[in-house]
Design a binder for this molecule. Structure first.
Ligand code: FAD
Ligand code: SF4
Length: 452
C-alpha cells in the first residue's frame, strides 16, 4: 500500500499459469450460469473457465472473443462485484471465482504467447463503414465489422484511441499499454484509424455519408453535471474529467501536458461526488501527494452506486469520506481563491418517482470543510453534436440519441444510414455496456448492408 500510492501503475496482482488454472478449476459449472446472465455481453464464462482449467489457453482466448471485443479491458475494470462475480453461486460461501482476473489473464497471456484472433474464414466485401469515436463502443463495432469482411475506418479527435479508456480512466486501473496492444491487434485485423480529426469541425459529416456505406457514432457523453451552488467558478475548483485528463497527459508525456496538469501535491483536496469518477479523482490526488483528500457524498455509504472495489481502494489509500454531506457553497478569499466547501448534513426523506429516497438537509448542521482544491465529480450528461439535426438524427427528451430497438437493425438512428451506441445512447455507464451496444449496432449495420 505504502508503495502503490506513489505511482500510477496498475495495482492488481497478476495471475501466473498455476494460479489462473487453480482459480478456473474452482468453477462448479452450476446448472444455471447466473454469471453469464449478469455479464452484459453474456460471456460464456463456465466454458472458457473449463478450457483454461484443461490447459487450452488459445481456445479459451478465441471463445472469450466471441462475445467480448475487449476482454482484457473488461476483465480489469468491470465492476465485477455487481455483475458476473456478484452472481457467482460461490459468492455466498467460499468466495466468487475471480472471473474478471481470469478473463484478463486469458487474453494477456494468449497474446504474450503469440495468439491472434482467427481471421482465416473472413471473406472481404466491398463495403466500408466510418466510425466516429475510438472509445469502447466504436472499437467493438469495428471488431464485429472487420470479422465480417467490412472495412471499418475509425475517426477520433484525440491523437490516441480508447476514448475514456485512455482519456479518463486513470492508469492505476488500466495501463495505457493495454489499449495500445488492442490497437495493434485491431490494426492487424484490418481496422484503419484516422486520429486527431474532429468530425463536424476538421471534416464535415457529409464526407462520411458520401464516402462510406454506413456510419456508426460512438461519441460518448461529456456534459459535466454541475452542482448549481455558488463558488463553482472559483480559482482552485476543477471539473473531474479535465483534472484526470491533465494527469494522463503528464503520465503519457503528451504535448500540452504542462498547461493541462493540475498538481495536488501538499494540498487539502475535497472531491464532491460518490461515483467511480469521484473515486478516480480521490486516488489520483493521493498519488500526487495531497496533504489530505476528503470525499463528500450526499447519501449514506450503502447508497454508493459505483464499484465497491474502487471505493475500498480509496479508503485503503487514505481517502476520508464524509457521508450524508450535501455541498451548498464553495467558499473562498477576497481574490476568488477557494478556501473550503460549505456542507450540510442530510437525512433520507420520502421516496421519489423512481422509488429512491430523496435527501433532506438537516437544519443547523452547516459546516465548512477546509480545502485548497475542490474537484467536482457529479457525473456526465449527453453531449449531442449540434449538427445531428441537419442529418435527421433525432434525440430523445433527455438528449440521448434515439435508436431502433428491433432485432433486425438494432441501434439504427432516425437516419437509416447512421447507427449509434454506447454512452451517447444509454447515458454515461460502463465500458462493457458500450462494448455490447457497439457489437449489436454492428450487427444492425451488417443487416442494413445485407452482408451475410
Ligand atoms: P467514450 O469512451 O467516451 O468514447 C467516445 C469517443 O468519441 C472519444 O474518444 C471522443 O474523443 C470521440 N469523439 C466524440 N466526438 C467526436 C467527434 N465529433 N469527432 C471525432 N471523435 C469524437 N466504466 C467501467 O466499466 N469501469 C470503470 O472503472 C470506469 N471508470 C470510469 C472513470 C471515469 C473517470 C469515467 C469518466 C468513466 C468511467 N467508466 C468506467 C465509464 C466508461 O469509461 C464509459 O462508459 C465508456 O468509455 C463509454 O464508451 P463510449 O465508446 O460510448 O464513449
Ligand atoms: Fe464479468 Fe465484465 Fe467479464 Fe462480463 S465482461 S465476465 S461482467 S468482467
Amino acid at each position: 500500500m505504502a508503495e502503490r500510492v506513489h505511482h500510477f501503475r496498475e495495482i492488481y496482482g497478476h495471475y501466473d499459469k498455476r494460479g489462473a488454472t487453480e482459480q478456473a478449476g474452482r468453477c462448479i459449472s452450476c446448472g444455471v450460469p447466473f454469471c453469464e446472465w449478469k455479464c452484459p455481453v453474456h460471456n460464456h464464462i463456465p466454458a472458457w473457465l473449463d478450457l483454461l482449467a484443461e490447459g487450452n489457453l488459445f481456445e479459451a482466448a478465441e471463445m472469450s472473443h466471441k462475445t467480448n471485443s475487449l476482454p482484457e479491458i473488461c476483465g480489469r475494470i468491470c465492476p465485477q462485484d455487481r455483475l458476473c462475480e456478484g452472481a457467482c453461486t460461490l459468492n455466498d460461501g467460499l468466495g466468487a471465482v475471480s472471473i474478471g482476473n481470469i478473463e484478463r489473464y486469458i487474453t494477456d497471456e494468449a497474446l504474450r504467447q503469440g495468439w491472434r484472433p482467427d481471421m482465416t474464414g473472413v471473406k472481404p466485401t466491398d463495403k466500408r463503414v466510418a466510425i466516429v469515436g475510438a472509445g469502447p463502443a466504436g472499437l467493438a463495432a469495428a471488431d464485429i465489422l472487420v470479422r465480417n469482411g467490412v472495412a471499418p475506418v475509425i475517426y477520433d479527435k484525440y491523437p490516441l484511441i480508447g476514448g475514456l479508456l485512455t482519456f479518463g480512466i486513470p492508469p492505476f486501473k488500466l495501463e495505457k499499454q493495454v489499449v495500445d496492444t488492442r490497437r495493434q491487434i485491431l490494426t492487424e485485423m484490418g481496422v484503419e484509424f484516422k486520429l486527431g480529426i474532429e468530425i463536424g469541425k476538421d471534416l464535415p459529416f457529409d464526407t462520411l455519408l458520401e464516402e462510406y456505406d454506413s456510419v456508426f457514432l460512438g461519441m460518448g457523453a461529456y456534459t459535466a453535471v454541475t452542482g448549481g451552488f455558488p463558488g463553482e467558478d472559483m480559482d482552485g475548483v476543477y471539473q473531474s474529467l479535465p483534472f484526470l485528463i491533465g494527469n494522463i497527459y503528464r503520465e503519457l508525456l503528451l504535448p500540452g501536458a504542462a498547461e493541462q496538469f493540475v498538481d495536488m501535491r501538499g494540498k487539502r483536496v475535497v472531491v464532491l461526488g460518490g461515483g467511480d469518477t469521484a473515486m478516480d479523482c480521490n486516488r489520483t490526488s493521493i498519488r500526487h501527494g495531497a496533504r489530505s483528500v476528503v470525499c463528500t457524498y450526499r447519501r449514506n455509504e450503502d447508497s454508493l452506486q459505483g464499484s465497491k472495489r474502487d471505493y475500498q481502494a480509496s479508503r485503503d489509500e487514505g481517502v476520508k469520506f464524509e457521508f450524508n454531506a450535501q455541498p451548498i457553497e464553495i467558499v473562498g478569499d477576497s481574490e476568488g481563491k477557494v478556501e473550503g466547501v460549505r456542507v450540510v448534513t442530510t437525512r433520507l426523506g420520502p421516496k421519489d418517482a423512481r422509488g429512491r429516497q430523496v435527501t433532506e438537509n438537516v437544519e443547523g448542521t452547516e459546516r465548512v470543510l477546509k480545502a485548497d482544491a475542490v474537484v467536482i465529480a457529479f457525473g456526465f450528461r449527453p453531449s449531442p453534436a449540434p449538427w445531428f439535426a441537419d442529418y435527421g438524427i433525432e434525440l430523445m427528451d433527455n438528449n440521448l440519441v434515439k435508436v431502433a430497438r428491433n432485432p433486425h437493425t438494432p441501434f439504427q438512428t432516425t437516419n437509416e444510414k447512421v447507427f449509434a451506441g454506447g454512452d451517447m445512447v444509454r447515458g454515461a455507464d460502463l465500458v462493457v455496456t458500450a462494448v455490447f451496444e457497439g457489437r449489436e449496432a454492428a450487427r444492425g449495420i451488417l443487416n442494413y448492408l445485407q452482408v451475410h
